[in-house]
Design a protein around this ligand. Structure first.
Ligand code: ATP
Ligand code: MG
Length: 189
């Protein structure tokens, strides 16, 4: 199954970001981007990819231990950026060192469980808002710039989640994956 480890902001924080993101839809070429569904917004801490069922018990155990080793911490959604001209994202501010350490521990937990985690990309706290797909060439800079002034209300990262991604099978353009929570653990105190 296709899995990733994530942190989900509370709905109040997502509503604030939703309002800011709504204004981006009025920018030129917004319709050429594939926008993510606000109901699924999250921070990916570790992307696991395909994981065999047999690895789940140990993964479960180790991720739980990783979560307990880090304290709850405060962050807020803020600003935006892009990965090239492919991905537009909202950023975060606050106790990102703790979030980064949590991501590192979750990655190590997954590797020790036998998951082949891609270590080439360092963790970068971001919440994907839109993607340019296919042949669409859209300059994402104006979108990222429009988010520069956005700062959300601080919230507490208190839970680590293991999420399953069901990719759309129909091949319909624009169809989005469905996410399903598998497990969640409270951070340590
Ligand atoms: P789609 O692939 O259709 O755009 P998606 O990216 O939301 O949808 P997944 O590809 O299953 O769905 O990814 C789940 C989460 O993991 C997303 O937050 C995605 O950005 C992240 N992710 C996917 N692939 C990678 C990767 N190779 N490295 C890091 N993060 C990834
Ligand atoms: Mg993807």
């Amino acid at each position: 199954m296709r899995l990733f480890v994530a942190v989900t902001p509370p709905s109040a924080a997502l509503t604030e970001l939703g309002r800011a993101a709504q204004q981006l839809h009025a920018l030129p070429h917004a319709d050429r981007l594939r926008w993510t569904d606000p109901a699924t917004w999250h921070f990916t801490l570790v992307f696991l990819g395909e994981v065999g069922e047999e690895l789940l018990p140990e993964l479960d155990e180790r991720l739980g231990r990783a979560a307990r080793r880090h304290p709850p911490h405060e962050v807020r959604l803020a600003g935006g950026g892009r990965f090239g001209d492919r991905t537009l994202w909202a950023g975060a501010e606050g106790e990102l060192e703790t979030l980064r350490a949590l991501a590192r521990s979750a990655g190590a937990a997954a590797r020790r469980s036998g998951v082949a985690v891609d270590e080439s990309r360092p963790f970068h706290a971001h919440l994907t808002l839109a993607r340019a797909t296919g042949r669409a060439r859209v300059n994402l800079r104006p979108f990222a710039d429009a988010l520069a002034g956005f700062t959300g209300t601080p919230w507490r990262v208190g839970r680590l989640e293991l999420v399953r991604s069901h990719l759309p099978g129909s091949g319909q353009p624009g169809e989005r994956p469905r996410y399903e929570g598998v497990r969640a653990w409270d951070l340590g105190h």
